[in-house]
Design a protein around this ligand. Structure first.
Ligand SMILES: [Zn+2]
Length: 507
């Protein structure tokens, strides 16, 4: 008898429908799995055999063939155990096939038949909605996470025995526990711009970066507070929308960094060390796993000591920063990960860090440092600011506004941008393509005249030109102005041509 059970394979961060077909025929006892299954899936044979026996079922002593369709899709990982076991039970006549109608199953079995937590439960639940199926049977430890997707009937079970009993209607699945907000949110909330002293002059730049989603470059000597400031940028961003929160949680769940802790409520902040490989930064490996740019999706990616990152890593960042997604091609399969994050890069003025009079770098060191920084990456940065060591007086007297106060203005500016770009699938000025920006920016003649003067004076590239216009649009949005005026362009130019910035030279 032929049995068919629906399950899902994770491709990138999306679930794709896979059908597990099992066929049992008379012959010498054998258990074969075909359909581009990797080693981990083929090992399921031993787990399924033991789990069936230990849950009181009979393992058929016949010739069993299991096919995972579609055959072109590579199947990876242990989540096929439960659908495999159910397919064998149906094929052996120990479970009625109609019990599995409209149902999908995922889960890794232990030898005793217990189910282990599943990576990517949210992605599976979304797959269920896409495929218009009714119920998702999965490990009870992952049921809460899957239930975050609206309209999904989640059946959480502890072991194979319970799965079969629930499918037969002999037992009811326990309701998924209420979803708690992750505790990491509190840790992030404890950081506040209000704690920072001596840097209030930089607040407008941070406010503009957060409001327009602009990539930011901080340069200055070590110990001036660049890292401290960068960490607080994510506290200025608007709260995650429900759909963004689901997307962020799904990515972290697929990456194995988030298990059944409910919805992630704070924007991600990722700060990879400068020794990170290109694959670690943008994703890769077999199977392809999300990299730092994807883990920072809808949040902030912070690269401290930018000049210390390898050339290959920085080059790899260009596509994800420009397109908001990374495509990894491996063999015949290509996988796409979302990577719409804000980049915050920081660097010292030179390799020794002192810069200017106290610098002890050789000429070659200085040249190497400059080469790294003037690379194509800086061309994707809208705002560059110098962070100076605060004086003793300003440390005592000058404090920054609280994050919540700055965030209020940022949220309003973001709402203006969302309204403007609603028809184009763009959410902030930084994401708007140059052509769209030209159409929507609504600049006054005086503003355009100043821009062309700047263009000539600073030998702006076409890209540099639209970057100034983009930031000017954000400054106008922060001031609740429909039109971009001359003063907005001036403010934007000041944020880009900071004194001694390599950016000013590169532009
Ligand atoms: Zn130096």
């Amino acid at each position: 008898m032929l049995a068919r059970v629906v399950t899902f394979a994770i491709e990138g961060v999306q679930a794709t429908r896979v059908e597990v077909e099992a066929d049992i025929r008379p012959g010498l006892p054998a258990f074969n799995i075909v359909g581009l299954a990797d080693k981990g899936v083929r090992e399921a044979r031993e787990r399924v055999r033991s789990a069936l026996a230990n849950c009181g079922f009979e393992f058929p002593q016949k010739r069993i063939t299991v096919n995972l369709a579609p055959a072109y899709l590579r199947k990876i990982g242990p989540c096929f155990d439960l659908p495999l076991a159910l397919a064998v039970l149906v094929a052996a006549g120990q479970l009625e096939s109609e019990r599995l109608e409209g149902c999908a199953a995922v889960g890794e079995l232990s030898l005793t038949g217990e189910l282990r937590p599943a990576r990517g439960a949210l992605a599976f639940a979304e797959g269920l909605v896409t495929e218009r199926l009714d119920r998702l049977v999965l490990p009870s430890s992952s049921a809460g996470e899957a239930a975050l997707v609206p309209g999904v009937a989640v059946v959480g079970v502890c072991d194979l025995r319970e799965a079969v009993d629930v499918l037969r209607g002999r037992a009811t699945a326990s309701a998924p526990s209420d979803v708690a907000v992750e505790s990491g949110a509190i840790a992030q909330e404890q950081l506040d711009l209000g704690d920072v002293r001596g840097h209030s002059a930089l607040v407008p730049a941070f406010e503009a970066a957060a409001a327009g989603g602009h990539n930011l470059y901080l340069h200055g000597p070590p110990g001036t507070g660049k890292t401290m400031l960068a960490r607080r940028l994510s506290t200025l961003l608007p709260p995650l929308s429900p759909s963004e929160a689901i997307e962020v949680t799904k990515i972290h769940s697929v990456a194995g960094l988030h298990h059944g802790q409910g919805l992630m409520s704070s924007r991600p902040f990722r700060a990879p060390h400068h020794t990170v490989s290109a694959a670690g930064l943008v994703g890769g490996g077999a199977p392809p796993m999300p990299g730092e740019t994807t883990l920072a999706h809808h949040g902030v990616l912070f690269l401290d000591e930018l000049s210390e990152f390898s050339r290959a890593s920085l080059e790899a960042l260009r596509q994800p920063l420009e397109d908001g997604r990374v495509t990894i091609v491996r063999g015949q399969q290509s996988t796409t990960f979302p990577s719409r994050c804000m980049l915050v890069a920081a660097s010292n003025p030179c390799s020794c860090g002192h810069g200017g009079r106290h610098c002890c770098c050789s000429g070659a060191d200085l040249a190497r440092h400059r080469r790294k920084l003037s690379g194509p990456l800086l061309d994707r940065i809208d705002i560059a600011i110098a962070v100076q060591r605060p004086s003793a007086r300003s440390l005592a007297q000058d404090s920054c506004p609280a994050s919540a106060d700055v965030r209020e203005g940022v949220v309003l500016a973001r709402q203006r941008q969302e309204r403007r770009y609603a028809r184009f699938g763009v959410f902030c000025n930084a994401q708007a393509p140059a052509a769209l920006l030209r159409d929507c920016v609504d600049a006054s003649p005086a503003a355009l005249k100043l821009l062309s003067q700047l263009h000539d004076a600073h030998c702006l590239s076409a890209r540099g030109h639209s970057r100034v216009l983009r930031v000017a649009r954000t400054v106008a949005d922060l001031q609740d102005s429909d039109k971009v005026h001359r003063e907005h362009v001036l403010a934007a130019a000041a944020l880009r041509f900071e004194a001694n910035s390599p950016q000013a030279v590169a532009a």
